[in-house]
Design a protein around this ligand. Structure first.
Ligand SMILES: [Zn+2]
Length: 271
């Protein structure tokens, strides 16, 4: 949850002054000078009184979680996808006028979105995705470690029909603590779980591993169900540091007219 910064202000003058003002603190410390107090008062937070002698100023600090994985040649890719290649195309050290990197990897590399075009002929591409779906309130749902399949029963138990965006934090997030080789035993969303989410009116669903679908299915039914109903899929999230609960989601995939694109995905605590 949001961290809070606390400072104590000694003296009646400060208390009376601060009582009328909204202020913000950046560190836990005693305030000794007027300029320190004025600096803090320039930022948005409120004071409260905890006892008769000291005024305690407390502020919920807006917190960002970067839930994107770093793209590197070490990053696991889904079997059959192109490997990640990062080459120095130009370099100052070699006498070139600038450093310039050449990237070569699949559209589903690292944290990325799947657009309908991934499995639907003539479906929408990432470039045509609606920003209103990609940005907005999201629920991080923590699924118990013993659940390896997110099925209709789990969706019914853990997801409120009121939620339009959901991110599943599963045992997969712990895979990011290990070496980055691909694991096929990841927790996934079953087709009946996908159908339940669609029935709930979900517009976006994310998961903390390389695919939302079980490994090498005979048919990509979970993807088909979600994408045919316009549900955006985010894959390869790193949710290790994020507690369950509501956040603001900011998911910005590269604007490419393709069926998928890497995205920087950030969660911001709600005010
Ligand atoms: Zn994908």
């Amino acid at each position: 949850m949001p961290s809070s910064d606390v400072a104590q202000l000694g003296g009646n003058a400060s208390c009376q002054l601060a009582r009328k003002l909204t202020v913000s603190l950046t560190a836990s410390r005693k305030l000794n000078t007027t300029s320190e107090l004025l600096d803090i008062m320039a930022r948005p937070t409120t004071f409260s009184y905890h006892d008769g002698s000291h005024l305690v100023a407390e502020r919920e600090v807006m917190r960002f979680y970067d839930v994107s994985v770093p793209i590197s040649t070490e990053l696991a890719t889904y079997p059959g996808d192109p490997p990640v290649e990062i080459h120095q195309w130009m370099s100052l050290a070699s006498g070139d006028s600038a450093n310039l990197t050449r990237l070569n990897f699949g559209a589903h590399t690292g944290t990325h979105v799947d657009a309908p075009l991934h499995f639907i002929e003539h479906g929408k591409s990432v470039a045509e995705m609606d920003l209103e779906t990609l940005i907005g309130e999201v629920q991080v749902i923590e699924i118990p470690d013993n659940a390896k399949i997110i099925d209709q029963k789990i969706v019914s138990q853990w997801c409120s029909p009121a939620w339009q965006r959901v991110l599943f934090k599963t045992r997969n997030s712990l895979f990011w603590n290990e070496d980055r080789s691909f694991r096929s035993d990841y927790t996934h969303l079953s087709p009946d779980g996908a159908r339940k989410l669609v029935d709930n009116g979900v517009r976006l669903v994310g998961i903390d591993y390389l695919s939302i679908e079980k490994f090498q299915p005979s048919r990509f039914e979970t993807h088909e169900i979600l994408l045919s109903h316009g549900v955006v899929i985010i894959e390869t999230l790193d949710l290790r540091a994020v507690p369950a609960g509501p956040f603001e989601l900011i998911c910005l995939p590269l604007k490419i007219a393709a069926e998928g694109a890497p995205a920087r995905v950030v969660l911001r605590t709600l005010d």
